[in-house]
Design a protein around this ligand. Structure first.
Ligand code: FES
Length: 68
């Protein structure tokens, strides 16, 4: 799904950026240009970034709680 229409950035690209260490909207703007033009995508992009970080945290916590 397109999140930022101004730059053509998708939710997948934002999740990939989060996996590659992007943690803030400022970094996301620098890296992909998200939120740097009209700004309408900022809330959605921020939410996707936050969800990505939360799912990473939950995966790690689950791994630590239940080692193989
Ligand atoms: S939709 Fe992202 S800056 Fe306009």
């Amino acid at each position: 799904m397109y999140v930022c229409l101004c730059t053509g950035v998708t939710d997948r690209e934002i999740r990939e950026a989060a996996e590659n260490g992007i943690t803030s909207m400022r970094q996301l703007g620098k890296e992909l240009g998200v939120g740097r033009q009209c700004g309408r995508c900022a809330c959605t992009a921020r939410e996707i970034l936050r969800e990505s970080r939360t799912s990473d945290y939950l995966s790690m916590a689950n791994l630590l709680a239940h080692p193989a």
